[in-house]
Design a protein around this ligand. Structure first.
Ligand SMILES: [Zn+2]
Length: 233
């Protein structure tokens, strides 16, 4: 069977290569201090999924779009904002929570996230719709829950009931998102037994670690991934 791989790009960004050969980037932030040199330059991108409008998730979206014309999966306001900044066609799939869009045989269902979503530049903060997550169902049936930035919330139980994700990609760094204690509860609510922790270790403010998550979530396979490392899912 052709495998699905996950490559961590440091911080909240990662690359998924699907069984059908599609390359998906989720929230890539090239300036993050942990972005792996081995991942530069980005060679191709079929799909760009963006969870929300904070700079550490959206800052390189325009550049990526200009260079590779990926299909953009994002909430309506954020997709439209990218289009207004020159990414012509980026809003074609602009969606909202509860909805599913299929892109090249891969289904993206937009979920809730407990977070904010504003882009800050010289003119202030522009609000870009709500923060979101995705359930990504790949061509071979593998289902990933890409939580985006979020605190734990009770409706993760609904995500578990509806989609039974095989792997949960959760932020654990604390400060801007949930830390390990909340992530452990998230895994319990989701009923998911495999977790890839992200949004940790980028800089000193993010104190949550996979080891603490392991202690808090016995019975869950917390996968060890270094920035730049590729693992099979
Ligand atoms: Zn954020």
């Amino acid at each position: 069977m052709v495998s699905v791989t996950f490559t961590w790009l440091g911080h909240g960004g990662y690359r998924i290569d699907s069984a059908g050969g599609k390359r998906i980037y989720v929230d890539p932030w090239l300036e993050n201090p942990k972005f792996p040199e081995s991942e530069k330059p980005i060679e191709r991108a079929d799909i760009l999924a963006i969870t929300h409008g904070h700079g550490d998730h959206v800052a390189n979206a325009l550049q990526l779009y200009r260079e590779h014309s990926p299909k953009v999966v994002a909430i309506f306001e954020l997709a439209s904002w990218l289009e207004s900044r020159g990414a012509e066609g980026a809003s074609a799939l602009g969606m909202n929570k509860g909805g599913t869009v299929e892109v090249d045989g891969i289904a993206f269902t937009m979920t809730d996230a407990l977070h904010s979503s504003g882009f800050q530049d010289e003119s202030g903060i522009t609000y870009l719709g709500e923060a979101a997550g995705f359930v990504i169902e790949l061509e071979n049936g593998l289902k990933l829950y890409a939580a985006g930035d979020t605190a734990v919330f009770g409706d993760m139980q609904l995500i578990g009931r509806l989609y039974s994700p095989d792997v949960a990609i959760l932020p654990i760094g604390d400060h801007f998102t949930m830390g390990p204690k909340q992530a452990a509860l998230a895994l319990e609510l989701l009923g998911t037994k495999r977790c890839i922790p992200v949004h940790w270790g980028t800089f000193g403010l993010l104190t949550g670690t996979p080891d603490v998550l392991r202690e808090q979530a016995p019975g869950v396979d917390v996968l060890d991934v270094e920035p730049g490392q590729t693992i099979e899912l």
